[in-house]
Structures are given as structure tokens and as C-alpha cells.
Design a protein around this ligand. Structure first.
Ligand SMILES: Cc1cc2nc3c(=O)[nH]c(=O)nc-3n(C[C@H](O)[C@H](O)[C@H](O)COP(=O)(O)OP(=O)(O)OC[C@H]3O[C@@H](n4cnc5c(N)ncnc54)[C@H](O)[C@@H]3O)c2cc1C
Ligand SMILES: *[C@@H]1O[C@H](CO)[C@@H](O)[C@H](O)[C@H]1NC(C)=O
Ligand SMILES: *[C@@H]1O[C@H](CO)[C@@H](O)[C@H](O)[C@H]1NC(C)=O
Ligand SMILES: *[C@@H]1O[C@H](CO)[C@@H](O)[C@H](O)[C@H]1NC(C)=O
Ligand SMILES: *[C@@H]1O[C@H](CO)[C@@H](O)[C@H](O)[C@H]1NC(C)=O
Ligand SMILES: *[C@@H]1O[C@H](CO)[C@@H](O)[C@H](O)[C@H]1NC(C)=O
Ligand SMILES: *[C@@H]1O[C@H](CO)[C@@H](O)[C@H](O)[C@H]1NC(C)=O
Ligand SMILES: *[C@@H]1O[C@H](CO)[C@@H](O)[C@H](O)[C@H]1NC(C)=O
Ligand SMILES: *[C@@H]1O[C@H](CO)[C@@H](O)[C@H](O)[C@H]1NC(C)=O
Ligand SMILES: *[C@@H]1O[C@H](CO)[C@@H](O)[C@H](O)[C@H]1NC(C)=O
Ligand SMILES: *[C@@H]1O[C@H](CO)[C@@H](O)[C@H](O)[C@H]1NC(C)=O
Ligand SMILES: *[C@@H]1O[C@H](CO)[C@@H](O)[C@H](O)[C@H]1NC(C)=O
Ligand SMILES: *[C@@H]1O[C@H](CO)[C@@H](O)[C@H](O)[C@H]1NC(C)=O
Length: 592
């Protein structure tokens, strides 16, 4: 058995060691090759499924991940170093197609290429969305199981609220009644104060009509401005790798984790008509390929970009499109890759009169080394948090002119149209050479534009074409303009007197703002919907309300691609919630 050799190599390379490593390097390392389930992708969705199914020691699971281990990676573990992860060895580094509504600019698309998937490289913001978002899911899927009330159990299984590292008094910063203290993923309020916190709080009382304070945006009622909750515990990132695949779980003898392994396709098992329980993968960029079959199910959890990619390469998709690429259709399912939905964001940077901002650390290697050492030594200091402490969820006014043209697309009257993110510094890496900034990002939380994932060739190792079709609708553009105008009102409050030196742009008219948006809009990295769930009777959709691929047997999808609609939220928590329920659906189905 090669396992011990691999473990010691791993230990040397990363300075750590799994208790009883079940991380294997090749299929030959599997002592018992009979597997009940194979899970493809170890991100938010895959981590939950692998963990929950192996709670039963009689159930064996193989978890396959394209990237490597998260163990010992400093930039992943220390929350404040997250900007170093973009375009790093742990990022897939996808790029969008030219976006027509943005002067044909292409946009960077980050996704985690590592155990934990995108939860290992994200910004850790913990948001659930509004209760109306989930009630609409229940309506769209005709399954009450997806309603806000019925999902509470899963929200609670996922979350473990913990005190911030500086042990400040958190009364008035969140509502303990809507949180769980005994789940799996650690969640906490900021552990190091930010220079702009008091000004922000004061603005919510000064301009309480337009920018009310919300004690807890995760209560189901999200509107207003509130303190950020983040997936962090003890000043350290709590990714799906660090939590669901943490040491006590990954050492389970019935859980096998195959890293650095790229899944190419899912295959029909034997000659059964619709039975898809086999998976083809490579560990050497396609030089050799291997196949393994699950006795019960395959669960695809490769995320919104790669899940439809794997399906289409397997012949599951729109038959006309597949034919044009020379891929034989095995199962005609035209919604695969369609309805891609993303939140466009503009990161508005105001020049400020302060040195107490992120740039002061980011531009000074000596200081960065000092704060990193403080983090390593005692998990304290400025890098215990991601670089933001407040976010807001707001609506356009009811009499807004856009509603003469379009119906309100938000999930309900208490769901936001746009999000504000207040950051004590510039978010770019490297930091701007001079100046100190406040970044007040504006994004469309209930966007109406839809794009798609499609294939560029029949080679599964090539990246797919990612077209978000951002700002395809006048609504999305209207929202971003109004959101920007509102940030100016926010910063005109007395609390900011003397702080702001210059705005990010002098644009004021719609046309001027559009040009500014075209030059600056990006994606918020929250793509969903490319293998969408729909009701059993719907004429569209990819999976049924139990997340089984429609028309096939043995194949389920559990990741952000199944969202029937994008909630007004950052997307990791919605994925965790979906996956916690999915684990129960799978257990119930198999009686395990
Ligand atoms: C920069 C950034 C910041 C973000 N910030 C936040 C935030 O603050 N809060 C928040 O809630 N959300 C945030 N998100 C989004 C959030 O992390 C994702 O929505 C969430 O992780 C999606 O979960 P998933 O299971 O669908 O996919 P992922 O977590 O992406 O997992 C998919 C996994 O599948 C693997 N995989 C893919 N293809 C293959 C293949 N062919 N073979 C084998 N393995 C494969 C991938 O390597 C990956 O590990 C952010 C995302 C990014 C990129
Ligand atoms: C992403 O880009 C970085 C920097 O160029 C590179 O080191 C890394 O290998 C790339 N990721 C992948 C998955 O290829
Ligand atoms: C964007 O590209 C399309 C197709 O190539 C072209 O028709 C259009 O004129 C371009 N738009 C801009 C603003 O350059
Ligand atoms: C969904 O909501 C619409 C509008 O309120 C209603 O007519 C319809 O019956 C609902 N469908 C289900 C399945 O609940
Ligand atoms: C925290 O602050 C609240 C009021 O802001 C106060 O009532 C409470 O006693 C404080 N708790 C501690 C432990 O100091
Ligand atoms: C913010 O206000 C609190 C109480 O009013 C005060 O204790 C704290 O020092 C202030 N923080 C900053 C960064 O000014
Ligand atoms: C996209 O989703 C909508 C529901 O939001 C649905 O009506 C439509 O049919 C879907 N399109 C495809 C191609 O699946
Ligand atoms: C960089 O940080 C060090 C350590 O805190 C400090 O002594 C030095 O003055 C800083 N340099 C600049 C240019 O601010
Ligand atoms: C909407 O109503 C507000 C106050 O009721 C008013 O000030 C504003 O001008 C109205 N806007 C439009 C577009 O009618
Ligand atoms: C919106 O939220 C408020 C405050 O919780 C509540 O009073 C109101 O009933 C909600 N409206 C709807 C339509 O649910
Ligand atoms: C798609 O294929 C063309 C032709 O081979 C190539 O030039 C282009 O770079 C590919 N696009 C992507 C996104 O890989
Ligand atoms: C909107 O999307 C459609 C279909 O993808 C495209 O034909 C059209 O040019 C787009 N319009 C804008 C303004 O982006
Ligand atoms: C805004 O206008 C002022 C005064 O003309 C100019 O100094 C500044 O550079 C402009 N700002 C931007 C972002 O263009």
C-alpha cells in the first residue's frame, strides 16, 4: 500500500499530518474499491455531502477534487490575506467572454482550485438572503421543503456562531436568537476594529430613513445596514475544507479523498439506458484516464462553471449545440448551462484623508510581515478579518421610474435590489501606489440579466465559454446608477465631514455614469443557476426538486448551479443550506 509513503511526503511538504490520512494519491491506494457514492468537487456543496454521508460508518464515499490540499496555506487560513488568492495557484483563473454591454471587456472569473473549493478563496461573508428568496424557491420548484421556515433546520446544522477574537462586547451587533452555536462552519463578527466603523454606525442614525441599521441581516428580514458576519473562527478561515473536511472528519476510514484529480465526464454504467454512475478522470492532464463506478450515486458538486461543463462533455445538454461540437448526445436536456445569473459589482474608490486604511499595511512589507507574525503567534490583529465590516441591502423607492417599464424582480417587497459593501481601503492587489481609500462597492443583488456556459470544443480539458451577459437589461443598469447616487448621499452625511477628499468619478448624468460603469463593472463572483432545479412538471430545468438530473438515474447535483434563482445574498451560505438538505434527501432515498 502506498498510503503511508504519500502521507509522509504530504507531511514534509506541508508541515502537517492528517491523523489517519484517508487522502489518497491514486485509485490503487483504495483498499476496498466498492464505493457507495462518488462526489465530484470538494467545495461548499461537495464538502457537506462527503461529511454527512460518511456519518454512517457503513457508507463509503470517494471525494474527487481537481486542486490540492489547503493544509498549511497561510494566505488561505489568514482572512485578511484573501486578496493574494486571486490568480494564485489556488484559483482556476477563468475569464469571461467579451461582455457586449461593457464595451466588450472580458472579466476575470475566480473559482477555488483547492480542497474547500471556492470557500477556500472567498471573502467569507456570511449571508443567507431574505426569507422571500427561499419562499420563491419553494414556489418555483413546487416543493415546500425549500421554504425559509422548512430550511431553518439546515441553516442551523451548518452554522456555529463563535465569539470574535478580540472578545469585544457584541451586544447590539447581531441577534443571537437567529443563530446556531453548534453547527459545523464557524461564523463570527469582526475581531479587529476598523477606523471607519463609528462613522458608518453614526450614518445609520443620521440618515435612518434611507440607510436604517439592521441588527441582523440574516434573520430573514435583510433590509438595512449591519455588521458583517463572516465564516471565521478563532481568527481563521472556516472553509468547507477546514470545517466539513476538518481533521476529525477527513480521518474517517469510510471517506476517501482523491486530490489533484480532474473529472472529465460521467458515463453510462454498463448498458443500462439511463444509469449514470460511472466517472472518468485523469491525474496527468489527459495522458491516461481512469474510470470508477459508484454502487449508489454520483454527486456532481463542481460548481456553476464546471458542473454544466462536465454534463455537456458527457453528452447531457442541448442536442443541437452538442452536435455542432461533435459530441454525441446521450440525453437531450436543453437547460444545461443556461440561465447563468451573476451579481454585477462596481468597486467605487473614494480618496480619503486618513492613513488608518488597508493601504498602509498593503504597501509596507515590514508592517505586513509584523501583522502576519502577530496572526501566526496569537491569531490577533488586523488580518483576522476580511477587509470589510459593514454591508447593506437596499431597495429602489416604490415610485422609481424603472417600475413603469419592468415588474419588480426582487423575490418580494422585503428583498433588496442592491447591495452596498463598505471597505476600509482599496481592494485591488497590489494596492494603489499612493493615496488612502474607502471602497464603497455597489452591486445588483436581484439582477435580471441571464447568460450561459457553453463549450468551445469537444476537449474536456479546455475551459468553457462563460458569458454572464452582464447589464443585458435596463433594470440592472438602472440599479447600479441609483446605487452609486445613493452612496454619495451616504457619504454626504455629517459623520464623514472632512474624511472624503475626492470621489471615484465626476460622472453625474446617466450617460456619464454608464461610461464609468462600463469601464469599472466586474462580477461579484456569485454565479449560479446553470443546472437549475425546477418542479417535476416544468418544461425547463436540469434537476428535480430532489436534485436528481431529470430523466436519468444515479446522478445528482449539489452546488450553486442548481439554484432556481439567485438569492439576494453572497452565495456560499445558500450552497451550504442546499447541501445540508440534499444530504438528508440522499439519506432518506437510500435509507442510510
Ligand atoms: C473571490 C471570491 C469571493 C467570494 N466571496 C464570497 C463571500 O464573501 N461570501 C459568500 O457567501 N460567497 C463568496 N463567494 C462565492 C462562494 O464561495 C461560492 O458561491 C461557493 O463556494 C460555491 O460553492 P459550490 O459548491 O457551488 O462550488 P465551489 O465551492 O467552487 O466548489 C467546486 C469544487 O469543484 C472542483 N472541481 C470543479 N471542476 C472539477 C473537475 N472537473 N474535477 C474535479 N474537481 C472539480 C473545484 O476545484 C472546487 O473545489 C466568493 C467567490 C469568490 C471567487
Ligand atoms: C492561475 O494563475 C496562477 C498565476 O498565473 C498560476 O500560478 C496558477 O497555476 C493558475 N491556476 C491554474 C489552476 O492553472
Ligand atoms: C463588441 O463586439 C461585437 C462583436 O464582435 C461588435 O459587433 C460590437 O461593435 C463591439 N462593441 C464595441 C462597443 O466595441
Ligand atoms: C406560486 O406563486 C404564484 C403567484 O403567487 C401562485 O399563483 C402559484 O400558485 C404558486 N405556485 C405554487 C406551486 O405554490
Ligand atoms: C454588553 O453591552 C450591553 C449594552 O450595550 C450591556 O448591557 C452588557 O452588560 C454588556 N455585557 C458585558 C459582558 O459587558
Ligand atoms: C468608536 O466609538 C467607541 C464608543 O463610542 C469608542 O470606544 C471607540 O474608540 C471608537 N472607535 C474608533 C476607531 O474611533
Ligand atoms: C430560465 O429560467 C426561467 C425561470 O426563471 C425559465 O422560465 C426558463 O425556461 C429557463 N430557461 C432555460 C433555457 O432553461
Ligand atoms: C513600515 O512599517 C514599519 C513597521 O511598522 C514602520 O517602522 C515604517 O515607518 C513603515 N514605513 C513607512 C514608509 O510607512
Ligand atoms: C418618489 O417619491 C418621493 C417622496 O415621496 C419624491 O421625493 C420623489 O421625487 C419621487 N420620485 C419619483 C421618480 O417620482
Ligand atoms: C416586511 O417586513 C416588515 C418588517 O419585518 C414586516 O412588518 C412586513 O410585514 C413585511 N412585509 C411583507 C410583505 O412581508
Ligand atoms: C476557443 O477556441 C478558439 C479556437 O481554438 C481559441 O482561439 C480560443 O482561445 C478559445 N477560447 C477559450 C475561452 O478557451
Ligand atoms: C442581450 O442579450 C441578447 C441575447 O444574448 C443579445 O442578443 C443582446 O445583444 C443583448 N443586449 C445587450 C444590451 O446586452
Ligand atoms: C473630477 O474633477 C476634478 C476637477 O476638475 C479633477 O481634478 C478630478 O481629477 C476629476 N476626478 C476624476 C475621477 O476624474
Amino acid at each position: 500500500m502506498v498510503l503511508p509513503v504519500f502521507c509522509s511526503l504530504l507531511a514534509i511538504a506541508l508541515g502537517t499530518r492528517y491523523a489517519e490520512a484517508t487522502v489518497i494519491s491514486t485509485l490503487d491506494d483504495l483498499v476496498d474499491k466498492s464505493l457507495d457514492f462518488v462526489v465530484i468537487g470538494a467545495g461548499a456543496g461537495g464538502g457537506v455531502i462527503a461529511n454527512r454521508l460518511t456519518e454512517n460508518p457503513d457508507v463509503s464515499v470517494l471525494l474527487i477534487e481537481a486542486g490540492g490540499s489547503n493544509e498549511g496555506v497561510l494566505d488561505v487560513a489568514a482572512p485578511g490575506l484573501d486578496s493574494f488568492l486571486i490568480n494564485s495557484a489556488w484559483d482556476w483563473n477563468f475569464t469571461s467572454t467579451p461582455q457586449i454591454a461593457l464595451n466588450n471587456r472580458t472579466l476575470a472569473v475566480s473559482r477555488g482550485f483547492i480542497l474547500g473549493g471556492t470557500t477556500s478563496i472567498n471573502q467569507m461573508v456570511y449571508t443567507r438572503g431574505s426569507s422571500e428568496d427561499y419562499d420563491l424557491w419553494a414556489n418555483m420548484t413546487d416543493d415546500e421543503g425549500w421554504s425559509w421556515d422548512n430550511l431553518q433546520k439546515y441553516i442551523r446544522k451548518n452554522e456555529k456562531f463563535t465569539p470574535p477574537v478580540d472578545h469585544h462586547n457584541t451586544t447590539g451587533q447581531f441577534d443571537p436568537n437567529v443563530h446556531s452555536f453548534d453547527g459545523i462552519v464557524s461564523v463570527s463578527l469582526q475581531g479587529f476594529p476598523n477606523g471607519i466603523d463609528n462613522r458608518t454606525i453614526r450614518t445609520t442614525s443620521e440618515l435612518s430613513e434611507e440607510f436604517p441599521f439592521n441588527l441582523d441581516m440574516n434573520s430573514g428580514f435583510q433590509l438595512g445596514i449591519g455588521w458583517v458576519q463572516a465564516t471565521i473562527g478563532d481568527g481563521t478561515r472556516s472553509s468547507s475544507a477546514a470545517s466539513y473536511l476538518g481533521r476529525s472528519f477527513i480521518s474517517r476510514p469510510n471517506l476517501h479523498v482523491l486530490l489533484n484529480t480532474r473529472v472529465l465526464r460521467v458515463l453510462k454504467t454498463d448498458h443500462q439506458q439511463s444509469d449514470f454512475r460511472s466517472v472518468e478522470f485523469t491525474q496527468d492532464a489527459g495522458v491516461t484516464t481512469h474510470t470508477i463506478t459508484a454502487s449508489k450515486e454520483l454527486i456532481i458538486a463542481a460548481g456553476t462553471i464546471m458542473t454544466p461543463h462536465i454534463l455537456m462533455h458527457s453528452g447531457i445538454g442541448d442536442s443541437e449545440e452538442l452536435k455542432s461540437l461533435g459530441i454525441q448526445t446521450v440525453h437531450h436536456l436543453p437547460s444545461v448551462g443556461k440561465n447563468l445569473t451573476e451579481q454585477p459589482i462596481v468597486r467605487n474608490k473614494w480618496l480619503v484623508d486618513s492613513t488608518d486604511t488597508l493601504e498602509t499595511i498593503a504597501r509596507n512589507d515590514t508592517l505586513l510581515a509584523e501583522v502576519t507574525e502577530e496572526w501566526e503567534r496569537r491569531r490577533m490583529g488586523p488580518i483576522v478579518d476580511p477587509p470589510l465590516s459593514f454591508i447593506g441591502w437596499l431597495r429602489l423607492p416604490e415610485n422609481s421610474s424603472i417600475f413603469q417599464q419592468v415588474l419588480d424582480p426582487a423575490a418580494g417587497p422585503n428583498t433588496s435590489h442592491y447591495e452596498l459593501i463598505i471597505t476600509n481601503g482599496a481592494l485591488s492587489h497590489p494596492a494603489p501606489a499612493t493615496g488612502n481609500f474607502l471602497t464603497f462597492s455597489t452591486s445588483v443583488s436581484s439582477p435580471t440579466s441571464r447568460g450561459s456556459i457553453s463549450l468551445n470544443s469537444s476537449n474536456p480539458l479546455e475551459y468553457p465559454l462563460i458569458n454572464f451577459n452582464l447589464f443585458n437589461t435596463s433594470f440592472d443598469r438602472f440599479v447600479v446608477r441609483e446605487a452609486y447616487r445613493n452612496t454619495k448621499k451616504f457619504l454626504a452625511a455629517q459623520s464623514w465631514d472632512g474624511y472624503i477628499l475626492a470621489p471615484p468619478t465626476n460622472a453625474t448624468t446617466d450617460d456619464e455614469l454608464d461610461e464609468y460603469i462600463n469601464q469599472n463593472a466586474a462580477t461579484e463572483n456569485h454565479p449560479v443557476g446553470t443546472a437549475a432545479m425546477s418542479s417535476n412538471s416544468a418544461a425547463y430545468g436540469v434537476v428535480d426538486p430532489d436534485l436528481r438530473v431529470k430523466g436519468l438515474v444515479g446522478l445528482r447535483i449539489v452546488d450553486a448551479s442548481v439554484f432556481p434563482r439567485l438569492p439576494a445574498a453572497h452565495t456560499q451560505v445558500p450552497v451550504y443550506i442546499v447541501a445540508e438538505r440534499a444530504a438528508d434527501l440522499i439519506k432518506d432515498f437510500w435509507g442510510i
